[in-house]
Design a binder for this molecule. Sequence first.
Ligand SMILES: C[S@@+](CC[C@H](N)C(=O)[O-])C[C@H]1O[C@@H](n2cnc3c(N)ncnc32)[C@H](O)[C@@H]1O
Length: 248
Amino acid sequence: MNKQHVYETNSFYWDTKGNECLGAIVLPFYGSFVSEEKCQLFGDVSGKKMLEIGVGNGQSLQYQGDRKASELWGMDISEQQIERAKQHLTACGLPAQLICSPMEEEYNIPVDYFDFVYSIYAIGWTTDLEGTFRRIASYLKKDGIFIFSWSHPIHKCVIEEDNRFTFNKSYFDDSWYSVSPDFCQGALTLSDRKLSTYINALAKAGFVIEEMIEETDDEIIQLHDENDDFVKRAKMFPVTFVIKARKL
Ligand SMILES: C[S@@+](CC[C@H](N)C(=O)[O-])C[C@H]1O[C@@H](n2cnc3c(N)ncnc32)[C@H](O)[C@@H]1O
């Protein structure tokens, strides 16, 4: 894996195509079938300092601003996403500090400062999970909270064939690959890490896990077309996981 190549491919994708695909990956949704409104992982954020990793178009940060967070910070590898977030948050009258940088790299973000660092479907893009978690831990105050969601690794291993779900990829295979998502054109480079890889990297960075969510929300799924392939998957196995961890 060539880190620079991954940065270039992925930032080009998010600069040009990314926003067509955001859909249900902005708060209050952690993914299509998991919602903060039900899970209440953040609780009351009024007066809290928040940093979002992979801020996208700023809608999740707006969600925190509407709930009276005292400071909104966001970082993203894509200049276009940062520009969209700036326009969106300005239009909402919400001041924010927005930083264009890969999450893996040093960028003068204050340390021991934030009450919450969070990320909705962005952490998995990192080329250096342990380094990214160490940086995130450094940004948080002691007992600060880190919340993130990402594609569940089981979801990435299973395909539907003849009305059955079958494994077509090893759960243990975390090699890097390029993909053109069928819901959107353009190429992305990524690796499908195991759940234990995330959990062990959190532990190494000095976090304790407070909660993990894998469930598909019954009420949300009923709002979707039951014949939709993604809905069928989400009824059988997790498509999203969410972890809430505390800095020790
Ligand atoms: C699914 S979007 C996040 C959407 C966001 N939660 C929102 O509310 O709009 C993923 C984001 O991660 C960003 N990203 C991808 N790789 C990154 C990296 N290495 N460092 C920082 N951001 C990255 C992309 O540019 C994209 O904006």
